[in-house]
Design a protein. Structure first.
Length: 267
């Protein structure tokens, strides 16, 4: 989709997502979004993506929403708002935009939206077992990550930490922070790698990949093997290092392992 921006894709309407921060290859993402003729973003914050938009529409948070939520397990749950929003609910904004563009959505409440969903999406209250056929493979395991070399000798692994939620582009704005490492996160290194670099806890370093570079702070971690470094996904800017290349089978971005080099910054 980003590759099509500016050629066969001219406009985009993004609701409640911040791809500039949460999607791989930030530089490529910004270039793609900037090449659109028209970008609309609807969100509760003026995110990095919203700052690129031609039009920004206000959104509401989950505590201001009534309706339904479909969770990651595919179950639909009821939402009851705790406080009144200061702006229109998302469904009203989308419905009015659609109507003004010639495709009327005549919903009068979130209940009517839920009724349509119930009629269109088949489901059951009873748990059911699903069977998936196992595809035959020509060979065994296939490596989907970059390989280290002399220029990029470390493998960078990204992942969540105990008190972080994805990239935390919303929760980092909370006055009650559960982040174990606020701010721009850290780069975890094994004692051996930190020693060879002349780094200790708190040392500022530059991390380079084949796509770009960022700065971070070293955190020495005993449980990391030599050659493997770690960054939590709430680290600001880490997706500058990652790539939009897709796994050949799942067609999902390869978020987790990248070849990098690390240089100690001069004070």
């Amino acid at each position: 989709m980003i590759e099509a921006a500016g050629s066969s894709l001219f406009g985009l309407y993004i609701v409640g997502e911040n791809p500039v921060v949460s999607f791989p290859d930030t530089t490529r993402m910004v270039k793609g979004l900037s090449s659109l003729e028209f970008l609309v973003v609807q969100d509760i914050f003026l995110t990095e993506t919203a700052q690129l938009a031609d039009v920004v529409l206000p959104g509401i948070s989950f505590v201001e929403s009534s309706g339904t939520l479909t969770n990651a397990a595919g179950r639909t749950e009821r939402l009851n708002k705790a406080i009144e929003p200061l702006t229109r609910p998302d469904w009203q904004v989308i419905a009015e935009l659609s109507s003004r563009m010639g495709y009327p959505m005549k919903y009068r409440s979130e209940t009517e939206v839920a009724k349509e969903k119930k009629a269109l999406v088949k489901g059951s209250l009873e748990p059911r077992k699903y069977r998936f056929e196992l595809k035959e493979l020509d060979s065994g395991l296939e490596s989907v990550s970059e390989e280290p070399d002399r220029e990029y000798p470390y493998m960078l692994m990204t992942g969540a930490t105990l008190f972080s939620l994805g990239d935390n582009f919303r929760t980092r704005r909370s006055k009650i922070s559960l982040l174990e490492s606020p701010g721009d996160g850290y780069i975890g290194m094994s004692p051996e790698d930190a020693q060879s670099l002349g780094a200790t806890d708190g040392t500022r370093v530059s991390i380079w990949s084949r796509r770009g570079n960022i700065s971070s702070t070293v955190k020495v971690q005993e449980d990391l093997p030599a050659g493997l470094v770690f960054m939590p996904t709430h680290s600001l800017g880490y997706n500058i290092l990652t790539s939009l290349s897709l796994d050949c089978s799942t067609r999902s971005p390869r978020f987790r392992l990248w070849a990098v080099r690390i240089e100690k910054e001069q004070p």
